[in-house]
Design a binder for this molecule. Structure first.
Ligand SMILES: *Cc1c(COP(=O)(O)O)cnc(C)c1O
Ligand SMILES: [Zn+2]
Length: 505
């Protein structure tokens, strides 16, 4: 639809112009810094930053009802810059001219209601939001669209040239970074650091395919992160980890989409998210807070952060009920099938502490909760979800397991319903499914496969057949007929099919 065909009162808003006064704000000392430079931590006190809009009040002047219509009408535009996270331009990087925006098909992922069987098993009404349907098959694309659009903006202004973008990754950050950087070839090149043997073959293939320089480092993610921090402090590189506040900004779009999908009514809603480096839960809280502040939503949904017992530093921190006595202690992680969240020292922890406090205060009651789940629960719920028509990854299983646990603990009431984040596509982590089916899990995962969830292919090779087809060596005539009949008979026997055909009624 063309802008001139929109209702008169919406027309002035439909195509956003660069606006706002964005700054980095330090969560430690509260100082503001110019966004013209690439900054990741406070130059004064080393704390992490978030991006704020000093002229946010201009957005509060537009009534919530008008915002609803702006976002709904923007769905009808065929302008590619506004098809992804920048449908919410005013909230995800309002200084960006549309000509700088990189859109590779990210965001607006489907929200799929679980079937009644799975909802019954879980004990609650819920939807999966399929973040695996992003271009690099995880939610990380949201933040990369933002970070790389911003780098593109700086390149176009001549403020930076020949950018080398680096990140440490449990797999999906590097896949997304390499993809978006490759699109900006030759102005941007990417280098990614991965913990050796701690990313899946599918994840490793992604940055390789997109032409990134890929480095495998001994240890776990937390070790890679230290190296990348050192690189960004001593060399001229652009950091693409979620320390980069532009990543957080882009990931806030997740909350805006959930708001819009529920027609901006979030009463009795619970948003469930797995936690690794804690960038995503930071973005999700911040996103809802901004929409709430602007009067676009009238309720803050409940947030449930889920961690595996093998990597649960955030859960441990909040398990101390007395806020004054909480102390953050980084932990040594154990192997987890929620491998992309296997992080013992999340870089966004200070952001989480700041935002959880703010969120609960604004809501007037506790609205942010945390829970932990076992590796067994993660795998069982992932497999059960996918047996009911989903494409959940292990982290989707982790989220769902957390929802079930929280419901049992009474953190969630019967009348509430949930949106469960399946943060990546099942295919990225199919190796864990295979270990489960093959009963081959190393002991330290402590997973015992449930026979009812195991599946395996059956090779149909009738022993009495002398000739079988092979590539380039087809059977013909009577031999082919015999082969087809014998194989069919064997399949029919295994499936216990009877001889009467469907009548086609
Ligand atoms: C990165 C990632 C997470 C963890 O998100 P954080 O922002 O690091 O907390 C969870 N699941 C998947 C699939 C991921 O790639
Ligand atoms: Zn500071």
């Amino acid at each position: 639809m063309k802008p001139k065909d929109f209702p008169k009162d919406i027309q002035p808003y439909i195509i956003p112009q660069p606006s706002g006064e964005l700054i980095y704000r330090c969560l430690g000392c509260g100082n503001d810094f110019d966004i013209q430079s690439l900054l990741y931590t406070c130059p004064d006190c080393r704390q992490v930053l978030l991006i704020y809009d000093r002229s946010f009040s201009r957005l509060q002047k537009i009534p919530g009802k008008i915002w609803h219509r702006i976002f709904d009408y923007r769905k009808m535009l065929s302008l590619s810059a506004l098809k992804g996270i920048y449908r919410y331009h005013e909230f995800v990087g309002s200084v960006m001219p549309l000509a700088s925006i990189i859109y590779l098909g990210e965001a607006h992922t489907p929200m799929i209601e679980a079937n009644s069987r799975l909802q019954e098993a879980a004990g609650i009404r819920f939807f999966f939001k399929n973040e695996g349907q992003n271009p690099s098959a995880s939610f990380k694309d949201r933040g990369m669209a933002s970070a790389l659009s911003y780098i593109n903006f700086l390149v176009q202004q001549g403020l930076v040239t020949e950018v080398l973008a680096v990140c440490a990754s449990t797999g999906d950050t590097s896949a997304a970074a390499a993809l978006y950087a490759a699109y900006l070839n030759p102005h941007v090149k990417s280098a990614v650091l991965l913990p050796h043997k701690k990313v899946t073959p599918q994840q490793l293939s992604q940055p390789l395919g997109n032409g990134a320089a890929v480095f495998e480092i001994p240890g776990v993610f937390d070790d890679c992160m230290k190296v990348v921090e050192h690189l960004s402090e001593h060399y001229n590189v652009a950091l693409l980890n979620s320390k980069n506040a532009w990543r957080i900004l882009g990931q806030e779009s997740y909350s805006y989409e959930i708001s819009q999908d529920f027609e901006f009514d979030l009463s009795d809603k619970v948003v469930v998210v797995p936690i690794g480096n804690a960038g995503n839960i930071t973005a999700i809280m911040n996103g809802f807070l901004k929409f709430y502040d602007a009067g676009i939503i009238n309720n803050l949904p409940k947030i449930l952060g889920v961690q595996s017992r093998h990597a649960n530093p955030v859960y441990r921190y909040y398990s101390e009920p007395n806020a004054a006595q909480r102390k953050f202690v980084p932990m040594t992680v154990k192997p987890s099938v929620a491998q992309a969240a296997m992080i013992g020292n999340p870089v966004s922890m200070p952001r989480v502490i700041h935002l959880v406090d703010l969120y609960n205060r604004l809501a007037g009651i506790q609205k942010v909760f945390f829970c932990e789940v076992s590796e067994q629960e993660i795998m069982d719920w992932e497999l059960l979800a996918n047996r009911n028509g989903h494409i959940a990854c292990t982290h989707g299983g982790e989220s769902l397991a957390g929802l079930v646990a929280a419901k049992k603990q009474g953190l969630i009431a019967d009348h509430e319903s949930a949106v469960v984040d399946s943060t990546a596509h099942a295919l990225k982590f199919s190796g864990f499914q295979q270990m489960y089916f093959d009963r081959q899990f190393p002991a330290d995962y402590r997973i015992r496969p449930d026979p009812s969830l195991i599946n395996a292919p059956v090779l149909v090779r009738p022993g009495d057949l002398e000739k079988i087809p092979a590539p380039g060596k087809p059977l013909v005539g009577g031999e082919l007929k015999q082969f087809v009949e014998r194989v069919s008979a064997e399949i029919a026997q295994i499936l216990e099919l009877n001889g009467s055909k469907y009548t086609g009624r």
